[in-house]
Design a protein. Sequence first.
Length: 175
Amino acid sequence: MAAKATIYKANLNIANMDTHYYAEHSLTLAQHPSENDFRLMVRLLAFIFNANEDLVFCKGIDQDDEPDLWHKTLGGDIELWIDLGQPDEKRIKKACGRSKKVIIYTYQEGMATSWFKQNQKLLNRFNNLSVVFLNITGDIEKLCNRSMTLQANISDHELNLINGDDSVSVTEQLF
C-alpha cells in the first residue's frame, strides 16, 4: 500500500446468476495517489466479475511483481492474475509464466483497441491469457465514495452495479 494512499471501504452484495455465486464481501481498497476514481472502480469491477473467497487486492499500482488482484492457492501457486489497462510485453510474459490463468481488463475504448491491435500477435501466443474490454454504461465515478454499499447483479454476462438511486451497466467483451 502506498504511503499516502486513500482508503475506501466497499460492502458488496454479489448475485451472479451466470456462475451461481452469491456472497457478501467487505473490502478495503487503497487508492494510490496516481490512481483516479475511475480506475479504482474498474478494480472493483474486476473483483466482482471474478469474485471468490480467495481473490484479493494486491499491494498496488506501484508494484512490478504483483498484479492488481490475484487468487493464490494455499501452497502459494497463482491460480488467477488480474491486471488492468495495457501492460507491456515483459509484464504479460511474467504473468502468463507465473499463473494458471491471466485476465487483462481494458477499459479505455480507443486506447484499448489500439493497444490490442499492436500486441495481438504476442497476446495470441498465450493459452492462459484472456483480454477483456469493459464496456461501462453510466457514470461509474458517481458510485465511488470512501464508504460504499453496492449491489452487484450479473445475468447473461451483464453486470448491473447499484448504489441507491444510481446504477451503471457493465458488459465484458473479449478481444
